[in-house]
Design a protein around this ligand. Structure first.
Ligand SMILES: Cc1cc2nc3c(=O)[nH]c(=O)nc-3n(C[C@H](O)[C@H](O)[C@H](O)COP(=O)(O)OP(=O)(O)OC[C@H]3O[C@@H](n4cnc5c(N)ncnc54)[C@H](O)[C@@H]3O)c2cc1C
Length: 403
């Protein structure tokens, strides 16, 4: 039977639609399917870090996002109690972050994929992968109320999140696994102006952040260690408000505001999957999942989409064998994200910082270059490996006033 598509992509959000869009723009025959119909919300907050915003700009989607009235975020502040580190998260070229509702962002991405020429099938549930001689050759699924259909492709891309049907079927190697570390919850408030700022409050065993999103609303996300999940899950609101009370000035602002949505939440696992094998690849959360505390998932999904589209293009065009192109895709991903993965897991443990870290925070505070660089590291603009490099730390400590 003839292969119908070059690529079938399961999942049409931050990883899937951009992968489909980029492949379709190169002229490949692409089918993107998602069981959701868009606009569609999902359980996720949505800080789009400056480098992710830069990807949207490269793809021609950022102007559309800005046109939806999504406010830019030019400043992040990390309040540790005794002092606050405030800085700019981006670079000269990619200076601001955004916090767009997923119901808006994901629809823009789906539309961009369709405009690029990808066939997008919404409301289509993939039930299983089609295997031939140990190789994935397609999918079986159905639209709502429809009968089972089979579609075939040279490659099936799992962009289907951390409950991926592709990984369940191919059982990829899993590595660097750590247990869920943090129970995170969020909701939206009106009457809580926070113009252009992402405010983060760090306290022992608690942390929360607030950022402006669409429609004049402010997102607040916060949480506690996973070890407290069971004890706190029956009164999320009470425990959330108790957490805000750790910062009385902020709690007062929230008391004067109005919650406009129910709480949503998740405890995420932490691991990497080998992202390729015979006839399949993984992008986004399906390939690499980590705690949400550093808000890197969308940035990572966008980068995967670009790198994976390049690797697949190399293979489709006959420039490189599949395994070689995909080995590089995996290596580049792992080298790039590993320092942030370790940093994210450390943050998500919510342990009070050890004395040498407190000393470092003290030295950063008040030094604007160091504060910008600390904020950029947290935003994923520069790597934690670069920020925590001994020569950088020595430079920051040497510039600190003697206590
Ligand atoms: C509480 C929380 C807060 C977060 N906050 C942030 C943040 O502030 N910033 C940030 O960058 N990241 C954040 N993240 C992470 C971010 O949500 C993810 O990294 C990102 O959504 C991954 O995108 P994805 O496209 O890989 O997967 P997903 O967004 O999970 O999309 C997968 C898609 O696949 C579809 N699908 C799955 N199975 C099938 C099937 N069998 N058939 C058809 N379709 C299927 C689903 O319907 C879904 O639409 C947060 C996550 C959580 C849980």
């Amino acid at each position: 039977m003839a292969t119908s598509y070059d690529a079938i992509i399961i999942g049409a959000r931050c990883a899937g639609s951009p992968t489909g869009m980029l492949l379709a723009r190169k002229g490949y025959r692409v089918l993107v399917v998602d069981r959701a119909t868009f606009p569609s919300d999902t359980v996720s907050t949505h800080i789009v870090q400056p480098l992710a915003a830069a990807a949207l700009a490269r793809w021609g989607v950022l102007d559309r996002l800005i046109a939806t009235g999504c406010p830019p975020i030019h400043t992040y502040s990390f309040d540790f109690g005794p002092f606050t580190i405030t800085g700019a998260p981006g670079t000269k070229e990619a200076s601001v972050a955004y916090c767009p509702r997923r119901i808006v962002l994901d629809k823009l991405l789906v539309d961009a994929a369709a405009e690029a020429g990808a066939e997008v099938r919404e409301g289509f549930m993939v039930e299983e992968l089609l295997f031939e001689e140990g190789r994935v050759v397609g999918i079986r699924g159905h639209s709502r109320g429809g009968g089972i259909v089979t579609e075939r492709a040279r490659v099936v891309v799992g962009a289907d999140g951390w409950h991926s049907v592709v990984s369940a079927a191919v059982q990829p190697e899993r590595y660097n696994e750590k247990p869920p570390l943090l129970a995170a919850y969020y909701s939206y408030w009106s009457g809580l102006p926070i113009d252009g700022r992402f405010e983060i409050y760090v306290r022992p065993h608690r942390g929360f952040g607030a950022a402006p999103t669409h429609d004049g609303l402010t997102l607040i996300i916060g949480g506690w260690p996973q070890s407290e999940f069971a004890a706190n899950k029956h009164d999320v609101e009470g425990n959330f408000l108790k957490m805000l009370d750790l910062v009385p000035v902020f709690a007062e602002r929230v008391r004067g505001a109005r919650r406009e949505a129910r709480f949503a939440g998740a405890s995420l696992p932490n691991y990497f999957h080998k992202p390729y094998g015979p006839g399949w690849v993984l992008v986004g959360d399906a390939g690499y999942i980590k705690d949400s505390i550093t808000a890197q998932g969308i940035n990572d999904a966008f980068r995967d989409a670009e790198r994976c589209a390049i690797a697949l293009d190399n293979w489709f065009a006959g420039a490189r064998p599949f395994d070689e192109a995909m080995r590089d895709y995996q290596r580049e991903r792992d080298e790039h994200v590993m320092p942030m993965y370790e940093f994210t897991c450390q943050m998500a443990a919510m342990e009070p910082p050890p004395p040498e870290m407190q000393q470092l925070f003290g030295a950063i505070h008040g030094n604007q270059v160091a504060m910008d660089s600390f904020v950029q590291m947290n935003a994923g603009t520069i790597s934690p490996a670069q920020f925590f490099a001994p020569e950088n730390i020595s430079r920051i400590m040497a510039a600190a006033p003697i206590a």
